[in-house]
Design a protein around this ligand. Structure first.
Ligand code: IMP
Length: 197
């Protein structure tokens, strides 16, 4: 069984490989297969994950996986959602995106600042397409806290832990994160496929 990860992001490839290494599969990183950028033209993160996985499926033989993540803020009707990476514009930095979000939530009380991260992993093999989902619920603070992580981590507060994601170590984040939850499902999917052989 061959698994191909549809991502240009070496950190993501590493993270996924690390998660799955116990299953000892042969991996071909995306970069060694294809060098093009895929336009994420979907209206949802589910569509974007499928677009990426289907694109690569046409070019390689094996199980193709691709993921997409978004931050969904209840008070903003799910924004930034599918636009999380480019919320403050096409070339926006993480800081730009966080600033825009904090501005939009200015004066909004804590209990109305509920949000969740959602990661979707699309698994495409032969005619079969499967979507696996992982979520993490929390609140958007009114200012950044912590130095770890990336993206919206410094303003995303996890009530149970009384910390933002940027105040957690990577190990701590990887125990609870949306991406980790989706990766557990991917692991189970692959284990089940191996069992079918
Ligand atoms: P991607 O689909 O994984 O590239 O994620 C899209 C965008 O969502 C990123 O550019 C980040 O702004 C944000 N994001 C994704 N995962 C995380 C996370 O674990 N913490 C904070 N922000 C994230």
């Amino acid at each position: 069984m061959k698994i191909i990860i549809a991502t240009n992001n070496p950190h993501k490839t590493e993270e996924i490989k690390n998660f799955l290494k116990a299953i000892l599969l042969k991996f071909i990183p995306w970069q060694t297969c294809i060098k093009e950028d895929i336009k994420e033209t979907g209206n949802t993160i589910e569509e974007n994950a499928l677009i990426k996985a289907r694109f690569l499926k046409e070019k390689v033989d094996g199980i193709v996986i691709a993921d997409d993540t978004g931050l969904f803020v209840e008070y903003l009707n799910g924004q930034p959602g599918v636009y999380s990476a480019r919320f403050a514009g096409e070339n926006a930095t993480y800081e730009d995106n966080n600033k825009k979000l904090l501005k939009l939530l200015e004066g909004v009380p804590y209990e109305k600042r509920k949000a969740y991260f959602k990661t979707v992993i699309a698994v495409v093999e032969r005619e079969k397409e499967t979507l696996l989902e992982g979520k993490l619920e929390g609140y958007i603070l009114d200012r950044p806290r912590g130095k770890n992580g990336f993206g919206y981590d410094p303003i995303f507060y996890v009530d149970d832990l009384e910390k933002t994601l940027a105040e957690l170590t990577m190990e701590e984040k990887n125990k609870i994160s949306h991406r980790a939850n989706a990766l557990v499902k991917l692991k189970n999917y692959i284990l089940q496929r191996l069992g079918e052989k």
